[in-house]
Design a protein around this ligand. Structure first.
Ligand code: SAM
Length: 189
């Protein structure tokens, strides 16, 4: 069985095709940005947010090494900043919540801004498009963020969105979990 982040990538890989537009809402060290940039191809575009310049620089370095910088717009601002989001339609949006690995563990994603960004993402998602959220609860504030995100997700109308929660339930130390939202291609009756 796949870990939540790998499963998130699997879901994105199924729907994201060359020419599409994707968002990495928390680029961190750039692993997911690079993954998205490979999938959208030269005609597509990835918009990658992070509030920490350190993260933006780390992502930039990774993209340059892979010669994929041209496919990515790096945005050193909060994902709650709606003016910086690309207009619809989006085919994939990835959130990897918590703190920057190897960085300042005090700088964490926050329930209010995460939910604000999610609100933007769901409205711009095109039918068939996917949002993935890998959520960590092992740090202070993690449980509160999960509660806020889960609360948002469970209220999405089932005729328009399919939502799943994927987690290992027999692991110690509060392992990460995945929430995924897909905009349905046809509203269900
Ligand atoms: C778990 S890390 C992301 C890891 C990343 N996906 C990777 O592949 O390395 C979470 C990131 O979210 C960023 N972050 C925190 N609040 C944010 C916000 N409001 N908008 C955008 N990024 C934010 C942090 O700076 C941190 O780099």
């Amino acid at each position: 069985m796949k870990k939540p982040l790998l499963f998130a990538k699997e879901l994105v890989r199924e729907v994201l095709t060359p020419g599409d537009i994707a968002v990495d809402a928390t680029c961190g060290n750039g692993h997911d940005t690079l993954f998205l940039a490979e999938l959208v191809g030269p005609e597509g575009k990835v918009f990658a947010f992070d509030i920490q310049q350190e993260a933006i620089l780390s992502t930039q370095k990774k993209l340059e090494a892979a010669q994929l910088s041209e496919r990515v717009e790096l945005l050193n601002t909060s994902h709650a900043n709606e003016a910086f989001w690309p207009p619809a339609p989006l085919q994939a949006v990835m959130f990897n919540l918590g703190y920057l690995p190897g960085g300042d563990h005090e700088v964490i994603t926050q329930p209010k801004s995460t939910v604000a960004a999610l609100q933007i993402a769901v409205t711009r998602l095109q039918p068939g498009g996917i949002i993935t959220l890998v959520v960590y609860t092992g740090h202070d504030g993690g449980e509160e963020e999960l509660e806020a995100v889960r609360n948002f997700c469970t209220k999405l109308p089932q005729k328009e969105y399919a939502v799943l929660e994927y987690k290992f339930i027999n692991q110690i130390n509060r392992p990460p979990l995945l929430l995924a939202i897909q905009r349905l291609t046809k509203p269900t009756k």
